[in-house]
Write a protein that binds this ligand. Structure first.
Ligand SMILES: [Zn+2]
Ligand SMILES: [Zn+2]
Length: 282
């Protein structure tokens, strides 16, 4: 669980101090706290998603990706409880009435938030406090700090939200049926079945691994994405992970040795000319 208490105290003290400099610093502390809230949810989800599958990097985008791909409850509020008595082994599954008569002990509360609201606060704090307005005319002065009143208002609004989220006592990585596969590197990858889409590319969660897979819904399987290479000298075949090629920039090559004859093979992106004869108008 992220301990937001130290950030909350720092922001409150800076607000009380109230100078333009301390309000600016308070805005920065708020931004950092919002980033910690979002990135901590990513940290607990890392067993379920690779860094390479996060396409956007603003804190709210990361949380939105988690909601779509890892846990639809990543930004929801709920309390997790366990039954005080274990269910007897071999006993028939409990009915709704059985559950209602059981005693439950709360484990903790996962506090939710609206990612787009948090993203707006994060942006507004920077616009008001961490950047200087561009002068529109020669007569506009270039201020040292942002408008103190507006900064104070936005910091107070952010602080209330940070305090609310800070009451959480639990961070869960989601519920529901899991599917898994073992990557060729040996690392087990897991995903929530209900959030997988046919044809979706899944990168191995090991940051050092270049493998990625395509999810095939009809067979609930994961197909390795690779490029087949045939050696021009000895004809032996091998494959390389597609992600290695996807990541190549223009004018960049990857080199590897042929497994058959040891000759060096290289791969690079090349522009290719396309051409076709247009049908003549009748
Ligand atoms: Zn791997
Ligand atoms: Zn060869």
């Amino acid at each position: 669980m992220t301990d937001l208490q130290s950030s909350i105290i720092a922001i409150e003290n800076l607000l009380q101090e109230g100078s333009e400099a301390s309000l600016t610093y308070a805005a920065l502390e708020c931004r950092l706290a919002i980033e910690r809230i979002c990135y901590e949810r990513l940290r607990v989800a890392h067993e379920y998603i690779s860094h390479d599958d996060l396409k956007k990097w603003q804190p709210k985008d990361i949380v939105n990706t988690l909601i779509q791909e890892v846990d639809s409850n990543a930004a929801a509020t709920f309390t997790l409880s366990i039954g005080s008595e274990p269910v007897q082994e071999g006993a028939p599954p409990p009915t709704v009435e059985d559950y209602q008569s059981m005693e439950f002990l709360p484990i903790g509360t996962h506090i939710g938030f609206d990612p787009s609201k948090l993203g707006k606060l994060w942006n507004a704090l920077a616009n008001l406090a961490l950047h200087i307005s561009i002068p529109e005319t020669k007569d506009t002065s270039v201020a040292r700090y942002g408008d103190a009143e507006k900064v104070r208002e936005k910091v107070s609004e952010s602080l209330a939200e940070i305090k609310r989220i800070g009451q959480g006592t639990l961070l869960a990585s989601g519920f529901g049926e899991e599917v898994s596969f073992v990557c060729s590197c040996g690392v087990k990858n897991k995903r929530r079945l209900s959030l997988l889409k046919n044809g979706q590319t899944i990168s191995c969660i090991d940051p050092k691994c270049d493998e990625s897979y395509t999810y095939i819904e009809s067979s609930l399987s994961f197909g390795r994405r690779s490029l087949d290479i045939v050696c021009r000298k000895c004809g032996s075949q091998q494959d390389i992970p597609s992600k290695k090629v996807d990541k190549l920039r223009k004018d960049q090559r990857i080199y590897f040795d042929c497994e058959g004859c040891g000759e060096q093979i290289s791969i690079e992106w090349r522009p290719m000319q396309g051409q076709r004869t247009k049908p003549q108008p009748q």
